[in-house]
Design a protein around this ligand. Sequence first.
Ligand code: FES
Length: 181
Amino acid sequence: MTDSSPTRSAVSAAAPAWRPRILAFLCNWCSYAGADLAGVSRLQYPANIRVIRVPCSGRVNPMFILRALQQGLDGVLISGCHPGDCHYLTGNYYARRRFLMLRQLLEFCGIEEGRVQFSWVSASEGQKFAEVIRDVTERVRELGPATRMVKHAWDLPENLEEILPEASATGCSCGASSHDH
Ligand code: FES
């Protein structure tokens, strides 16, 4: 039986043509603003990321990440405010704890460690945002295309909220809503 899916070595041979598709969940108050600053500052970083702005990194349900992998994204980044800076006080601590648990589940499912990554980027760290995106892209590129959980390898819709409609809903799943703050 032959396997027609691209292997890591095939990807390496074909590189640098292949560019991973990466979904980034950015918290509105820090990382999204950091991305904005990187753009305004005209910093160079790979253009292969698609962004979903979330109110807080604590809003990112692990199911969103699993669904993104099922939808054919090659990598996922979750980025929020630094510890102690969360607009909702503890949302990023929830996010970090969930991420650590999810990482074990992903490892159990055979998903490589670098496919889902987590970072802290503040609103003033445009440079760091660009570096994070470069690092994430490079790590995922080395891993090659995701094949493990993919259910739908179709072209992604322009508006990613179509596949993750609940992701950008207001409020943080730590229990606080934006109206409480
Ligand atoms: Fe940025 Fe909570 S508001 S991580």
